[in-house]
Structure formats: C-alpha cells, structure tokens
Design a protein around this ligand. Structure first.
Ligand code: FES
Length: 111
C-alpha cells in the first residue's frame, strides 16, 4: 500500500475501534462519563473487575471477555450504562452484572 508504518500505527492507536492486542469475543464497555459516574459506574467497574478477574484494557485468558471503560456514549438518562458488544444495558446494578456474565457464558456454551 506504500503507506509508512508510522501512519498505520497512528491510525491503529488513535481509534478505539482498533486494538494492537487481541480482544475477547465479548467486549464490555463501562461508561465512566459524568452522569454514569455519579450513579455508581466506579462500583460497577470494581464488580466487573472482580467477576472477570481482569482490569480495563485486559482480556480474560479464555478470550471470552475484554473489559474497557469509555466516556459518555450518549445515553446518559439510562445510566449507569454498560455496553456489551452492541447491546446497551441501562440502569445497571451489581446484581445484573452476574446475571449478564452468566447469560453470555451460557450462550457461548450452547454455540
Ligand atoms: S455519561 Fe454514561 S451515557 Fe452519558
């Protein structure tokens, strides 16, 4: 393509849609924007970290889940908000975290 490596690297590291590390099959994005933050996003982040055993930016060893934090995704009224793959999960609670993770694991086991 005759594009300098630096230009490719620049694009790959600028856009969050790209990653230099392999990501998990399921991408979990916790919104840490202001509206979600004041409604408990930090506690949810801790819960996801403990449940999955990874920190934001990491992927589980079985490559099933990657955890990320994002700033406002534009659905503040639904906060605290978590986006799993392309699905928005509003008014997220600690109890919903375990249910969602288990549901995804069960769905993955059935495929
Ligand atoms: S702050 Fe979370 S969607 Fe806006």
């Amino acid at each position: 393509m005759k594009v300098p490596f630096s230009r490719v690297y620049e694009a790959a590291t600028f856009y969050t849609a790209f990653s230099l590390k392999p990501r998990g099959k399921n991408i979990i994005k916790i919104c840490m924007g202001t509206a979600c933050h004041v409604r408990g996003a930090s506690a949810l982040e801790d819960k996801f970290e403990r449940t999955l055993g990874i920190k934001p930016g990491e992927t589980t060893t079985d490559k099933k889940f990657s955890l990320e934090t994002v700033n406002c995704v534009g659905a503040c009224a639904l906060g605290p908000l978590v986006v799993i793959n392309t699905e928005y999960h509003g008014q997220m609670t600690m109890n919903k975290v375990d249910k969602l993770i288990n549901k995804i694991k069960e769905e993955g086991a059935q495929r």
